[in-house]
Structure formats: C-alpha cells, structure tokens
Design a protein around this ligand. Structure first.
Ligand code: SF4
Length: 285
C-alpha cells in the first residue's frame, strides 16, 4: 500500500482546480497544510536554478495578479480546509488527522514573490483572511531568493507581516560565487544575497533554506560545504538571527537532467556542519 504522506508530500502542484493563484500543499517542513499563494504567474525570478520545477516553456495562462480573485481563492481554500471539505478531495483524503491543520499561508510560487508589484497588497489580503477566519496560529511565510529583502517597499511589507506571525524563508544554496552560479544561475552576486539576508535577519529571526544535490554525478565538494558553513558562521557573527537551516534535496522535476538527489546521510552530514556553526538544522531527505 502506498504511504499516504508520501503521496501527499509528492503532490506539490501549484495548480488547484481552476484556481489562478492559490493552492493547498501538505508540507513535511510545515507539518501541516500550507496555503500557497503564487504572486508570479509570469514566472519572474532573480534566479534560474538548475533544480527549479517551474515550467518556463509553456506560456502562462495569466501573467498578472488580480487581487480580488486571489482573495476569493484564499478565503475559499481556507474555509474548505477548516470545514474539512478539502480532505474529501482525492489528493488529501488519506492525510492523517495531525496534518489536517492550516500551518501557514505561504508566498511561494512560480518566481520571486517580493518581485511582484502586488506583494504589499497581497500581504494585506493574507492578513485580512487570516484574521477574518480566526487563523491566528497560522504563520504568513515569504519564501524568497533574498535578492530584494533590503528594498524599502519589501522591507516595509516584511515588517508589516512581522506583526502577523510573518516568517522569512531565504534561499542559500552555496558558499562560493562559482558554486552559486552553477546552481542558481543568478542575476545578483552572492555577496548581494548575503547582505540582504543579514539585513533582514538582524531585524527578526530568519529561516535559511538550502538545497543540495549531485550535479553531473558529483556531490557538493567538501571545500564548497566548508565555505557554505563558514557563510552561516559569519552571518551569525555579524548579528544575523538564524532560527533554523532547512537542508534538503531535490524531490520534484528539475530544469536540467544532470541533477540527482543526495542521500539522507549526505544531508545529515551537511546539517552537522551547520550545527557546528551554531545554528539548528533539520534535514528533509
Ligand atoms: S528561486 Fe525558486 S522559482 Fe526562482 S528559479 Fe530558483 S527554484 Fe525556481
């Protein structure tokens, strides 16, 4: 018999029925239901990660964000989860009781949420729906490539979300510029990302998300992992409050065909380096 959690965890589709922007995901990392909000139907992003699962070849059905529709979808999805109706849908039927709770509303989609001109107003929508439905335990998570965290309008929106259980999950997949370019194919240098993480993490605790994989058969070289752990150590020494580093590997379709998953032991050994740098780390093999 298939493992219902495994089936649920592997279902990370950002298309829910006929919805345009919102989608439900059962997440191991969230240990519950995450209501995803895609602010980037145009797939705009600062990175072009080799492990990205976003389909950038098929032209998107919509490119802009209609906030009224987004709000309607988020409210309907949250209500369906609260009423239990969501769990009679085929994808969610076998989810055990302990995962049947709304853990968060997450800005995470087909690109970089802070790049959206609607980020602020969408944050207000999330806060409104959360309050209206009494979801006061639910976090509002911004999953980000960290390139724009210092931008005044973005920083202001994140500060607004801080008052409503806001959390930032910022990507850091490398310790050297060369490896960062190999993995993230970015439009900003690594130093820029680190400066932005430091800026945001001095204001409130921040979660780092780091994905590692075998690239053309090669696991991340030890020197690269040393450089990565050193980046974490330096961020902390500079005053960054890092509440957790999530160390994980690829689980879905990827943009290129030359990447493979790391084993649970390989992830654990990376997590141990992070812990030695003074930050809690969890693995998601
Ligand atoms: S940051 Fe996320 S959306 Fe952007 S390319 Fe990387 S994996 Fe894809």
């Amino acid at each position: 018999m298939s493992n219902p959690l495994k089936v649920a965890f592997s279902n990370h589709s950002r298309q829910w029925r006929s919805y345009r922007y919102c989608y439900p995901v059962v997440s191991r990392r969230s240990r519950g239901l995450s209501l995803g909000v895609n602010l980037n139907p145009d797939t705009a992003c600062n990175f072009d990660c080799i492990y990205c699962c976003v389909d950038r070849l098929t032209p998107p059905a919509v490119r802009t964000v209609d906030l009224a529709v987004l709000e309607e979808e988020l409210r309907a999805l949250a209500r369906a989860a609260l009423a239990g109706e969501l769990y009679s849908e085929p994808e969610f039927r076998e989810i055990p009781a302990e995962f049947r709770r709304i853990n968060d509303i997450a800005f995470s989609g087909d690109g970089e949420p802070t790049a959206s001109p609607e980020f602020r107003r969408a944050a207000e929508v999330a806060v409104r729906v959360r309050a209206e439905l009494g979801l006061l335990d639910a976090k509002i998570i911004t999953i980000t490539d960290a390139c724009f965290l210092k931008r005044p309008a973005v920083a202001d929106t994140l500060a607004f979300l801080d008052g409503h259980r806001g959390e930032i999950w910022a990507k850091l997949d490398a310790g050297t510029q060369a490896y960062y370019e190999l993995v993230n194919r970015p439009s900003h240098p690594l130093e820029h990302v680190l400066e932005n993480i430091l800026f945001a993490a001095r204001i409130r605790p921040l979660v780092i998300q780091s994905i590692f994989m075998r690239i053309r058969g090669e696991a991340p070289p030890p020197a690269e992992l040393d450089a990565y752990a050193r980046r974490i150590e330096v961020l902390v020494a500079q005053g960054a409050r890092l509440s957790l580093v999530q160390v994980y590997t690829i689980a879905r379709r990827t943009a290129v065909d030359y990447v493979e998953r790391l084993s649970a032991d390989e992830l654990e050994s990376i997590a141990q380096r992070v812990r030695r740098a003074g930050v809690p780390a969890e693995t998601y093999p």
